[in-house]
Design a protein around this ligand. Structure first.
Ligand code: DGL
Length: 268
């Protein structure tokens, strides 16, 4: 039987998973959560498949041994599209992944042209090709890698000014593709990007709608933990694989999601 204090482990390369935590809090406010940020490995999007798979599987294995979560969520599209299967094979707990929200986008678009912003590693995955083939419903899917947005989102949550050139570059990257002017729906296929939805919306204009997976992931976690008891025996906390000093400027962002303690995770 699952112990009531056993946490849900939310894992991302950085703060992108907070977009998932925000939705999870609405559904399961009493669930103990440990947020794990692999800031030493950030960004994942520019790494190879082998590097990401080894890193994510290794870290989640060690974190599961240490924290004994009831469920782990890979709150990162890059890691999920590459390593979800492998992590599921090595861990015995339920693993919830994050995959590009192509299915809902296909039901929302009226022009039939969908834009997708992700990391370089995500947009080249066969996983995305398969989602497009299975759920794209004949829509045209234009993919653009916007790695600059990952650092911009991290900086925003550290309380720094948003670098508008990275937002402009991401929007132009999609708009300048053949047929890009037809885009009316944009899949934010990186958990960092909803943190910049407002800024992206200002540049795309009012006719473009955004879709991402956070709500669906939270619903999946709630479904998989249905009937389980939740009780905290310690306050929720966040761990970083990087330096604790570098994590400190994110304190307010974590506090806004009910996490007031930051720790270093010594893994290697
Ligand atoms: N948040 C991650 C995602 O959803 C990626 C950010 C990174 O490049 O590390 O893809």
């Amino acid at each position: 039987m699952t112990e009531a204090s056993s946490p849900i482990l939310l894992f991302d390369s950085g703060v992108g998973g907070l977009t998932v935590l925000a939705e999870l809090r609405k559904l399961l406010p009493d669930a103990p959560v440990i947020y794990a940020a692999d800031e030493a490995g950030l960004p994942y999007g520019t790494k190879s498949e082998a590097q990401i798979a080894a890193r994510v599987a290794g870290l989640l294995g060690r974190m599961s041994e240490r924290y004994r979560p009831r469920l782990a969520c890979i709150a990162c599209n890059t890691a999920s599209t590459i390593a979800l299967g492998m992590v599921r094979e090595v861990l015995e707990i339920p693993i919830v992944g994050t995959v590009p929200a192509i299915k809902p986008a296909a039901s929302m678009t009226r022009t039939g042209t969908i834009g997708l912003l992700g990391t370089e590693a995500t947009i080249r995955q066969a996983y995305v090709d398969n989602l497009e083939a299975e759920f794209g419903n004949g829509s045209r899917l234009l993919r653009h890698a916007a790695p600059g947005l990952v650092e911009t989102a991290e900086a925003k949550l550290r309380g720094e000014l948003v670098d508008s050139s990275s937002i402009d570059a991401a929007v132009a990257g999609l708009r300048d593709m053949e047929g890009g002017e037809q885009i009316d729906t944009v899949v934010l296929a990186c958990t960092h990007f909803p943190l910049l939805e407002h800024e992206l919306g200002e540049v795309f204009g009012p006719d473009v709608r955004f879709v991402h997976g956070a709500e669906g992931i939270a619903r999946r976690i709630a479904f998989l933990t249905q009937g389980q008891d939740f009780a905290r025996d310690c306050p929720d906390f966040a761990v970083t694989t990087g330096a604790l000093e570098a994590f400190e400027p994110l304190r307010a962002a974590f506090a806004a999601h009910g996490i007031n303690e930051l720790q270093a995770f010594q893994s290697f």
